[in-house]
Design a protein around this ligand. Structure first.
Ligand code: HEM
Length: 318
């Protein structure tokens, strides 16, 4: 699957008339860890700005992750060069690599595996060239640990808080996840992930506003907007937020690269597609309150439903 930012290729996340938590991962047909969309330049500017001004919030790593970080550099650069040959190039001469980013007009030379040959850690370096957030999960003692990550566009969570945590602890806040045994089933699934057979899934939420960097640390700056949603302004103010998440086994360190590509679409654009409008209305009407609460939708869910109903009436009248 290849998704870009325009409406036709928006990663619309729903199947069927209801939504429940599940392991909705599917095997990837085209194994590519990162994708370039028409928002590339805008989002790279935003991401680089965040990395510069809020380094602790956006980047964390433990010292034993360097080999895993280099594996990520290799995987991502190879994917960029193979899938976007006009935009990205890599020349490898023994361990010396010259990486060219034609979109940003940048060229970087480094010695693969030599930490000192880059101005920052390898994961931080490659993060400056892709729209995705990149998380490194290291596998040991029958578990997965979040040991390094670059996270500029989180959906209300904190990288600094989660650093070093196990998979189940990370997912502890999700209602029903542990009780329904989902956390264990997904952990077992992840630990069986093979190199060369990556998986992907979609996660969705709603948010008031179109801010990408909705970290837990900055909740006071963006959470208040939820109170301003009305049925009149919901079409423009409320956005569906979809994360395309990909999972790649890194064979040398037996760790996992988890990439998150965040897409935002105002509800009025979602409502422009009458099938999406109908289906999303049904899903939101039926959404259990524990899921709506966890996703932070409850405060303005009724206003959104009123807006969607009005749009449905408009469609029926035409
Ligand atoms: C392996 C890398 C993964 C990492 C680092 C990760 C991390 C997270 C984090 C930080 C949250 C937010 C928790 C909070 O509220 O503080 C979350 C939510 C969630 N995760 Fe994961 N996750 C991973 C993989 C998966 C997989 C493979 C699945 C399912 C197949 C999954 C399913 C979910 C679901 C359903 C939520 C709730 C999202 C919502 O309702 O909006 N995660 N994850």
């Amino acid at each position: 699957m290849k998704w870009t930012a325009n409406l036709e290729q928006f990663p619309y996340p729903f199947k069927g008339p209801t939504y429940r938590y599940s392991n909705n991962s599917i095997p990837m047909h085209t194994p590519i860890s990162v994708e370039i969309t028409s928002d590339y330049k805008k989002e790279m500017l935003l991401k680089r700005n965040l990395l510069t001004h809020h380094p602790e919030r956006c980047y964390q790593s433990l010292p034993h992750t360097m080999t895993g970080q280099w594996e990520i550099v290799e995987l991502v650069i190879d994917h960029l060069a193979a899938h976007y040959p006009n935009q990205f190039l890599v020349k490898k001469r023994n361990s010396t690599w010259i990486f060219t980013n034609n979109i940003l007009d940048e060229k970087v030379e480094f010695v693969f595996g030599d930490d000192k040959s880059l101005p920052c850690e390898p994961l931080a370096f490659i993060s400056h060239h892709v729209q995705e957030d990149l998380i490194l999960m290291m596998q040991r003692d029958g578990d997965l640990y979040l040991d390094a990550g670059q996270l500029c566009f989180p959906a209300n969570w904190s990288l600094a808080f989660n650093l070093g945590m196990k998979f189940k602890s990370i997912h502890h806040p999700i209602p029903g996840f542990k009780e329904e045994g989902l956390d264990d089933r997904i952990l077992q699934f992840l630990m069986r992930l093979d190199a060369g057979n990556p998986w992907e899934r979609l996660n969705w939420s709603l948010m008031a506003g179109d801010r990408m960097d909705t970290s837990l640390e900055t909740f006071d700056q963006w959470g208040q907007l939820r109170k301003q949603v009305t049925k009149e302004n919901a079409g423009k103010l409320v956005h569906i937020r979809v994360e395309v998440q990909k999972l790649f086994r890194l064979p040398r360190t037996n760790s996992i690269l988890f990439t998150i590509h965040t897409h935002l679409l105002p509800l009025e654009q979602l409502a422009a597609n009458s099938e999406w409008l109908q289906q999303f209305y049904e899903i939101l009407s039926e959404l259990p309150s524990h899921i709506a609460d966890y996703k932070g939708i409850s405060l303005y869910k009724d206003a959104v439903l009123d807006y969607l109903e009005k749009q449905l009436e408009r469609v029926r009248a035409t």
